[in-house]
Design a protein around this ligand. Sequence first.
Ligand code: HMN
Length: 291
Amino acid sequence: TTDMKGIYSALLVSFDENGNVNEQGTREIIRHNIDKMKVDGLYVGGSTGENFMLSTDEKKRIFEIAKDEAKDEIKLIAQVGSVNLKEAVELAKFTTDLGYDAISAVTPFYYKFDFEEIKHYYNTIINSVDNRLIIYSIPFLTGVNMSLDQFAELFENEKIIGVKFTAADFYLLERMRKAFPNKLIFAGFDEMMLPATVLGVDGAIGSTFNVNGVRARQIFELAQAGKIEEAREIQHVTNDLITDILDNGLYHTIKAMLEEEGVHAGLCREPMKKTTPEMAARAKEIHKKYF
Ligand code: HMN
């Protein structure tokens, strides 16, 4: 599993005026991440990929595009989770066949599934393929909070190799690090990368790395080297940037900033709104301020 450590951008997808996937624009986002942000990998099909608004065919197409563009240059994780378990299994098989290095699945959401159901979901997905799985825990969007003991139960399956931990619960994060020294833990909140790294995460997966990947790596590597003050200075600048991005609309603003870099990152998918001229103008200012 050590091969999977590092900095991953949560891949954005470029959509056109009609809400269709813009393949060329999406390829440009992937190239930008590899060539300019120098990320270790991509997390494809996450929240940032607007995945939960897409059809199965669209999800498959995006998984194909990412693999075709990235080849074996970087690591690829496919987020296949869905409240439709049959779809999750289908996507797990599809991405495993494509050669994805690992799959990931969000905790099943919307309905209040009990833990036995959640465990069944994970084991069904990963036991259907010859691959490895990273749990995607994001309680603030799913409402699913799992305890240390519940993570331990999921981790009994050796094919479940880690977790993407998108939460601000540093007590739980520390308990997980101590309890599961051999599992991979990825930080999911870019604005909390420094404290997460101090607690010993193996990497990070984030939306803002699509534009701020260079600073993100600096924070991660400085913190790992114990250079906390230097890391903190870069986290301060990063969080000024993230605050400005969040104030203007998360994915819209990152996409509009990429446009400033000549990357055709396009629009968001309905029901998300189309980027307004005001949002685009503000994104341009933000881009100028930080890059
Ligand atoms: C994904 O699933 O696409 C990402 O891995 C999610 C990632 O944790 C991001 N979370 C969300 O967008 C909800 C963060 O990078 C987040 O965007 C960033 O920390 C700003 O809050």
